[in-house]
Design a protein around this ligand. Structure first.
Ligand code: PRT
Ligand code: ZN
Length: 297
């Protein structure tokens, strides 16, 4: 960690440093997310620090546990990390936006043979976890007096090993709990990967963050939309325009074949099949549906 401080903030005014996980569950998705907004990092030649080829940013690779603090201190201006780590470390950073990957929850789980009567079950129990701060907050809010056993790895084996009566750990599919003879009884904290920012960004750093947010938003919108084009009998054009309201209005191009035109528009991905059905019913032919890379509003 100390070596980080060789990289002074001064050097970075016209560039932003983004801390991401070196390896682990969030690494690949973080690189993919940056690439989706055209910030390309060469993950193969990964070093401690990598420059983006086409954007004023560099990526700092760290363990996820260190990311909230490094962003709070300003050694990196931005970070991509699980919300669970931010909450556990209690760091004073801005949670800029959710990123839609790394979804999981932190739950209380007990041996599957035990009867669960409610949260009072945990009074006097020993609970193993790597998230003592989030757990303690939950216990306090529910007036539960339990003992927290802090374990950094393989929390799920603690009850069988006799180290604890219950666990408080990350759950995704629930498979790990089942294979360790445990059952989930309280979902305490919902998490996903988030973009975090230092609370004291310089003006140029804020401008770069705004550009990143603008691109993330364009990307999010494009994922929810499809580009659709088709040939339509000109006599049914007005009906087709009712079916397909576009961002401003659909594009209509004449076709060489008389009595036909080509109609281009953008529709919500969730309503695509309903629209296709309606358009076919009024004689649309040669319907093409394309994914969109970006939508800039
Ligand atoms: O080395 P480093 O410290 O950087 O990584 P790490 O080992 O601490 O974390 P890592 O890579 O395992 O997870 C990084 C982040 O991914 C977590 O902080 C969460 O925000 C998120 N995440 C999403 C998960 C999971 N899903 C997940 N399933 N983190 C861990 N798990 C583990 C969990 O600990 C348990 O052992 O997967 C198991 C449960 O999974 P299911 O599917 O069997 O329920
Ligand atoms: Zn970690």
């Amino acid at each position: 960690m100390e070596s980080l401080f060789f990289y002074s903030r001064q050097k970075l005014k016209d560039m932003i440093r983004i801390a991401i996980q070196t390896k682990g569950r969030l690494n690949e998705e973080s690189i993919k997310m940056l690439s989706s907004i055209d910030i390309d990092i060469d993950n193969n030649k990964r070093k401690f620090l990598s420059n983006a080829a086409n954007f004023p940013a560099e990526v700092l690779y760290l363990r996820d546990d260190d990311i909230p603090h490094v962003v709070e201190s300003g050694t990196a201006q931005l970070g991509i990390v699980g919300l669970n780590e931010v909450a556990e470390k209690g760091c004073n950073v801005e949670i800029v936006c959710k990123l839609g990957f790394g979804g999981c929850r932190i739950s209380l789980a007990i041996p599957k043979g035990d009867e669960y009567t409610g949260v009072e079950y945990f009074n006097g129990k020993r609970i193993a976890t790597s998230y003592p701060a989030i757990l303690q907050k939950f216990l306090n809010e529910n007036n539960i007096d339990a003992r927290i056993e802090v374990i950094t790895g393989s929390v799920e084996i603690a009850p069988a090993a006799g180290i604890a009566d219950a666990i408080f750990d990350i759950v995704s599919s629930g498979g790990t709990l089942v294979s360790n003879g445990l059952k989930e009884v309280e979902r305490v904290f919902e998490s996903e990967a988030v973009l975090i920012a230092n609370k004291d960004l310089a003006t140029q750093e804020k401008e770069i963050l705004d550009e990143i947010l603008f691109r993330i938003e364009s990307e999010k919108i494009s994922l929810r939309k499809k580009y659709i084009l088709m040939n339509i009998p000109s006599e049914n054009l007005q009906v087709a325009l009712q079916i397909l309201p576009a961002m401003r209005s659909p594009t209509v191009l004449p076709l060489a074949a008389e009595g036909w035109c080509s109609l281009h528009s953008v529709v919500g991905a969730d309503e695509l099949w309903d629209k296709v059905k309606q358009l076919k019913a009024i004689g649309a032919e040669g319907i093409l549906v394309l994914s969109l890379d970006k939508i800039i509003l």
